[in-house]
Design a protein around this ligand. Structure first.
Ligand code: AVJ
Length: 328
């Protein structure tokens, strides 16, 4: 196993400070959802994935199981690049679908901002696939996509529906970068949550056991710890609703009373009126037409569409549209 690191702590902290300052002084206060995932937040997210109401993870895994042989057919030499790899559970489904008699020369390239997660997951994976080559990239997939090795044919995986957390302009930029990185034969596998009845969506983001509420409020503890803040999570209520016009779940933290908070490291005082909210997440839901349009705008073509019988979630395969050449 080899690991390369593209993230510096200073850069991360500068970015964090800037983002929090901007978000907490905006007319509609916000905190970006990428900051949910410290150690406790990642643990709470794992717990969310096991909730009966939270359908995306379970649905995506069932789709992946069925699609894996088709996806992997003929791909015996090349790189499997996974953005936001996490615990590495999904890659196993792909590796397990390769017929045993096939000789492979595959390399797994997990990309994750957490070096600890990356190394632990890779060690674990090596116990099951001793011959697998692994190149871990400690990197932020919104910034370091160009660092992905270009030489070999690749499948780029971005699963879990995380693309739904991007704002529209971030998503466009991301897709264009992906198109560039893919190269001539590369494929992009994207996990997307689809539009469905409001009740199902809202239950998934406001579960009866309150795990999503804890997950949402944990972001305040992240700000407190990193920037010497004194938010009291109990002063806020978890709010999650489907914004039909914008086709997205929104999560907010709503002040139960008047709030006066100090964020010492930013030299910032924050006041909130009762009922005022901090917007903490968007989770965009898509339909087929829109996916085709997004792909097209970035110079990508949809080549396969895998879904579940209820069409609650999709794994979409795309390729970059390249100019034709006279050799191959
Ligand atoms: C990690 C982006 C897939 O948007 O559904 C889960 C995060 N937020 N419950 C999502 C999340 C609230 C999740 N993703």
């Amino acid at each position: 196993m080899e690991v390369v690191n593209y993230c510096s702590r200073e850069e991360y902290c500068d970015d964090f400070r800037r983002n929090i300052l901007r978000g907490l002084t905006a007319p509609q206060k916000y905190i970006e959802s990428k900051y949910f995932y410290d150690a406790r937040g990642s643990g709470l997210f794992e717990e969310i994935c096991r909730l009966p109401e939270y359908y995306p993870t379970r649905t995506e895994i069932s789709i992946l199981r069925r699609a894996a042989p088709t996806i992997m057919k003929g791909f015996s030499a090349g790189d499997l690049v996974e953005l936001g790899a996490g615990a590495g559970r999904k890659i196993r489904i792909l590796l397990d679908s390769i017929e045993e008699r096939v000789q492979t020369d595959l390399r797994y390239i997990p990309v994750d901002v957490s070096e600890k997660t990356l190394i632990e997951a890779s060690r674990d994976l090596l116990l099951h696939y001793p011959g697998l080559r692994i190149l871990g990239m400690v990197a932020d997939f919104t910034r370091h996509l160009e660092e992905i090795p270009a030489e070999r044919e690749k499948i780029l995986l971005f699963l879990g529906g995380t693309v739904g957390n991007f704002r529209e302009e971030e998503r466009k930029r991301f897709f264009r970068q992906v198109a560039r990185v893919l190269g001539r034969k590369g494929r992009f596998l994207l996990g997307l949550d689809l539009i469905k009845p409001r009740e199902t969506l809202e239950r998934a983001y406001d579960d009866s056991r309150g795990v999503t509420s804890d997950f949402n409020k944990n972001v305040l503890a992240v700000v407190n710890r990193r920037l010497q803040g004194n938010f009291r999570p109990a002063d806020f209520r978890h709010l999650a609703f489907f914004n039909e016009e914008k086709k997205r779940i929104e999560m907010h933290l709503r002040a139960r009373r008047r709030i006066e908070v100090e964020v010492k490291a930013l030299n910032l005082r924050v006041s909130m009126a009762p009922g005022e909210t901090i917007h903490t997440e968007i989770s965009r839901k898509f339909d087929r037409e829109e996916v085709y349009k997004m792909a097209f705008e970035a110079g990508l073509t949809v080549t396969r569409w895998f879904s579940d019988p209820r069409e609650w979630f999709a794994i979409v395969e795309m390729r970059a549209e390249n100019e034709e050449v006279c050799f191959s």
